[in-house]
Design a binder for this molecule. Structure first.
Ligand code: FEO
Length: 170
C-alpha cells in the first residue's frame, strides 16, 4: 500500500510526464510547420516516450493500492526562437524532471518504501539518457553551426540513443 505522501508525489509526476509529452508535441508541431521534418520526428518520438513514462506512473500508483489522478495540463509554449533555443529548453526541462524524480527517490528512502524506490530506479537511469541525449544534440548544433540546419535536420534521428522505450507497465 502506498503511503499518502509517496502517492501524492507520484501523482505529481503523472502531471509532469504528461506535460512533458505535450511540450514535445508542441515542439514537434513548431518544427513541422517550419520545414524541419527530422526535428519534428525526434520530438514526436520523444512525446511517445513521455506518454509511456506517464502511464508507468499511473499503472504503478493503481497497482499499489493508490489512485492515479489524470490532471489538466498547463498549455505548453507554441512558439520557439530557434532550434538551438528549443533544445536548450529540452535540456532545462529534463534537468527539472531529473530533480523531480530524485525528490521522490529521497522520499521513498525516508519512508522506507523500497518497492517504490525500486520502481523509480528505471526512471533514474532514463533521466541520465534524456539529459545526455539533449546535450549531444546541443554539441552537434555547435559543431555544425546554426547555418547548417539542413544537415542537422537530416541527421538528428541518428542521435537518438536506444530510444529509451521503457518496458510496458506490468
Ligand atoms: Fe519522462 Fe523526459 O522525462
Amino acid at each position: 500500500m502506498l503511503k499518502k505522501k509517496v502517492e501524492d508525489l507520484c501523482n505529481r509526476q503523472v502531471e509532469r510526464e504528461g506535460y512533458s509529452m505535450n511540450l514535445y508535441l508542441a515542439m514537434a508541431s513548431w518544427a513541422e510547420v517550419n520545414g524541419l521534418a527530422g526535428v519534428a520526428g525526434w520530438m514526436y518520438a520523444q512525446a511517445e516516450e513521455e506518454k509511456l513514462h506517464m502511464l508507468k506512473f499511473v499503472r504503478y500508483i493503481n497497482e499499489r493500492g493508490g489512485k492515479a489522478i489524470i490532471p489538466a495540463f498547463k498549455k505548453p509554449p507554441s512558439e520557439f526562437k530557434s532550434v538551438e533555443n528549443m533544445f536548450r529548453e529540452v535540456l532545462k526541462h529534463e534537468q527539472f524532471v531529473t530533480a523531480s524524480i530524485n525528490e521522490i527517490v529521497a522520499l521513498t528512502l525516508q519512508e522506507k518504501d523500497f518497492n517504490t524506490n525500486n520502481f523509480l530506479q528505471w526512471f533514474v537511469m532514463e533521466q541520465v539518457e534524456e539529459e545526455s541525449s539533449a546535450m549531444a544534440i546541443l554539441d552537434k548544433l555547435n559543431l555544425l553551426g546554426k547555418d547548417n540546419m539542413y544537415q542537422f535536420d537530416r541527421d538528428i534521428m541518428s542521435l537518438r540513443g536506444t530510444g529509451g522505450n521503457p518496458p510496458a507497465a506490468e
